[in-house]
Design a protein around this ligand. Structure first.
Ligand SMILES: Nc1ncnc2c1ncn2[C@@H]1O[C@H](COP(=O)(O)OP(=O)(O)O)[C@@H](O)[C@H]1O
Ligand SMILES: [Mg+2]
Length: 352
């Protein structure tokens, strides 16, 4: 039996029919039963759960209380911040009850992730230098690199980002808002003597930000872009590149998040053929590196960039990447779960 776990905000276990059907189809195809439940409903001590149980032989669904399956797919719509849920996940893991794609909030820590990749020889030169923000660090990065980006350690969607560069007159600073969907970024010119007070006003809690070397992104038709690659573990227990899209910054913009006005274009529509192989290799190395840190993560969205010279740079990893295709949403994770389920049935449980 394979588990499909949902995270519900409230204590109910309503599961939308449009999500049930794809899993039932896959269960029939792979001849395995399903246990569909809300993660919140797991009994704290007994490790049982009130679930919708699907029998592929009878093709029927029944409400039952059953032991939580050994292999479960967690529907990872957003990072899990609730420590109670995280503790439960870790406790179940110790008992060999696995939740694939359970995105812990700490996985979104950009600095920890940079540090981890820097410990891998072949990736080290492809991680832009970064450190926790302080005024001294900021000043030294500006001296060294001319242009820097400051972003929240736990940021997302391009919110709360500051880009600063030095020119003959002083500093040019651009800032995106902290609000959900920012309209436009703020532009400020500062004479050198004002930078310190600006900094302390803009970053009252600098330790929640990082400062990083700015990478001049490769451009196409005068617009900079980066690439989001969705990586998934498949039914052969291998990482695969499931999709790759380029994201272009808006007109005169510098950051590529869609929520900051960025635009998506399929990588295959761009003249990037010479980079396909190296991008693929790069993403596979990154996915394998993170697998050692977060062995339950079977999918990730990797943001990478090409600079003006075509060199590859790592930007960040998102453990709740947006997915749209049926195979990406349902089939590939399910096939990976089937692989784990079979291994476990034979008494061999790999790293996951
Ligand atoms: N070091 C960098 N050099 C150039 N552009 C960057 C750099 N870091 C981030 N960016 C741009 O800013 C965007 C947002 O940064 P990212 O680290 O992905 O944060 P978020 O979690 O907010 O998406 C990236 O998609 C990229 O366009
Ligand atoms: Mg990003």
């Amino acid at each position: 039996m394979i588990g499909i776990a949902f995270k519900h905000e409230q204590k109910h276990n309503y599961i939308p029919a449009n999500l049930l059907q794809p899993y039932m189809t896959l269960a029939k195809k792979h001849q395995v039963d399903l246990c569909i439940f809300s993660f919140m409903q797991i009994h704290q001590t007994r490790n049982t759960v009130e679930a919708l149980v699907y029998s592929f032989k009878q093709d029927d669904l029944m409400h039952k209380t059953v032991p939580v399956p050994r292999v479960n797919i967690f529907r990872n719509a957003s990072y899990i911040v609730d420590q109670g849920l995280i503790d439960r996940f870790l406790r179940l893991r110790k008992k060999n009850i696995r939740f694939i794609n359970f995105p812990l909030y700490r996985q979104a820590n950009k600095l920890d992730n940079y540090e981890h990749l820097n410990s891998h020889g072949q990736l080290k030169g492809h991680v832009p230098p970064a450190e926790i923000l302080s005024f001294e660090g900021f000043a030294s990065f500006i001296r060294q690199y001319g242009k820097v980006i400051i972003k929240p350690v736990y940021g997302s969607r391009g919110r709360g980002i500051t880009i600063a560069e030095k020119d003959h007159a002083g500093y040019q600073v651009r800032q995106t808002s902290f609000k959900k969907y920012a309209a436009a970024s703020r532009k400020i010119s500062l004479p050198p003597q004002e930078i310190k007070s600006f900094f302390h006003e803009a970053f009252p809690r600098p330790a929640s930000f990082l400062v990083q070397k700015w990478i001049p992104l490769k451009e196409f038709n005068g617009r900079p872009f980066d690439v989001r690659a969705v990586m998934q573990k498949n039914g052969k227990n291998k990482w695969q590149v499931t999709s790759r899209v380029a994201r272009f910054a808006r007109e005169k913009g510098e950051i590529t998040n869609l929520s900051q006005g960025g635009e998506m274009v399929s990588v295959s529509k761009l003249p990037l053929k010479p980079y396909h192989r190296s991008m693929r290799q790069f993403c596979l190395e990154i996915a394998k590196a993170f697998e050692t840190l977060y062995p339950w993560a079977a999918e990730m969205g990797i943001d990478l960039a090409l600079d003006h010279h075509g060199k590859l740079w790592y930007i960040e990893t998102n453990y709740c990447p947006e997915k749209s295709r049926w195979s990406t949403l349902f089939e590939i994770p399910f096939e990976y779960a089937c692989y784990l389920h079979q291994k476990q049935g034979r008494g061999i449980m790999p790293g996951q």
